[in-house]
Design a protein around this ligand. Structure first.
Ligand code: TXA
Ligand code: MG
Length: 318
């Protein structure tokens, strides 16, 4: 057990990491639970702190594209183009790993998921330490990802010594995960970088986000990012008839439901703003006394696609 401290000191975070402990770190997407990716004991502590099965591989965080070359054996030309355009940022690339990356990090796969997070404190931290950070989202396995240091504290206090406080995250959904098969670009997880942006750089991509259990990418497990309350994803407002439930909506209230039970993710109608507010809204309703949580499908474009993906996985789909 630890007395968990929340603080903005990068030096303190570095000191814990040097000791082989794991700490909460801010990124532009969601908070991560970070440990030395080259130290198997530290990596084991990550899995343990969030009750994560070992078959679910971790993302490795580094401070620059040059640092990616230290841990990836090869960077295909299209991966390089995307990295140059979007790093630091919410882009994770799947690349063949070098030997120094333990199989514990990749769950036995020969590829490593790697990214440069765009948060000033975490970039400073990555500069200060001489190892990369393995970091899954800092939530208990299967629950909603944290978008503030308070969310991390709420669920992991006592299990980790330190949370580096970088405020509320900017993007609000996890990074977009992109793989490279022959010369093709494949999006494996919809996330904070819109598919349209990727296609502007490398042309048409294939989107292949499994909607069932898949040991290769369990972040893609059908039931994930889920609140404790039952959640349902509706195709249209007409189906929203449960007066006791809470509602997650885009930019318009439902006229016949009490306003208190509705959260508009972006009254101005901006999908990036909606993504930023999504997980906090799910947490808020999960903690409130509504009977269940309903969401109505968002426009299937830009970050709306990642929002719909998270809402779908959080919902009861049997
Ligand atoms: O935005 C993010 O990506 C956040 C922040 C903290 O960086 N991290 C994050 O990590 O979302 P996590 O552990 O919640 O999701 C990582 C997912 C895994 O569940 C898996 O689907 C995929 O990344 N992944 C990791 N390594 C992989 C690999 N070698 N091949 C295929 N998928 C991989
Ligand atoms: Mg996660």
């Amino acid at each position: 057990m630890f007395e968990t401290e929340i603080n903005t000191s990068v030096a303190k975070a570095a000191a814990w990491l040097h000791k082989g402990e794991v700490v909460g770190i801010p990124t532009e997407t969601v908070y991560g639970l970070a440990g030395n990716a080259l130290n198997e004991d530290a990596v084991l502590k990550i899995f343990k702190a969030k009750n994560r099965p070992h078959f679910d591989p971790l993302i490795v965080h580094v401070h620059s594209i040059a640092a990616i070359e230290k841990y990836a054996a090869h960077i295909p030309p299209k991966a390089k183009l995307l990295l140059q355009k979007f790093s630091p940022g919410p882009l994770t690339v799947l690349l063949p790993k070098r030997e120094c990356i333990p199989y514990l990090v990749t769950s036995g796969l020969d590829t490593v998921a790697i990214r440069v997070p765009n948060h000033p404190l975490t970039l400073q931290l990555l500069q200060e330490i001489d190892f990369p950070l393995a970091a899954p989202s800092a939530n208990p396995f299967g629950y909603i990802s944290p978008t503030s240091s308070y969310h991390v504290y709420d669920q992991l206090h006592g299990r980790i010594p330190y949370i580096l406080d970088g405020g509320v995250t900017d993007v609000g959904v996890e990074s977009t995960i992109v793989g490279f098969v022959d010369d093709e670009v494949v999006v494996n997880r919809l996330g904070g970088l819109a598919v349209e942006e990727i296609e502007k750089v490398v042309g048409k991509v294939r989107v292949e986000t499994q909607q069932s259990a898949n040991p290769k990418a369990p972040g893609m497990l059908q039931h994930h990012y889920a609140p404790k309350k039952k959640m349902f994803l509706l195709e249209s407002a007409g189906k929203a008839t449960d007066l006791e439930a809470g509602y997650i909506l885009y930019n318009e209230h439902l006229p016949y439901i009490s306003h208190q039970n509705q959260i508009l993710l972006s009254p101005a109608g901006n999908l990036s703003e909606a993504a930023k507010n999504l997980f906090a809204a799910m947490r808020q309703l999960d903690k409130s006394d509504v009977s269940a949580i309903y969401a109505i499908r968002f426009p299937e474009m830009g970050l709306g696609r990642a929002i719909n993906d998270r809402l779908y996985r959080a919902s009861v789909n049997e």
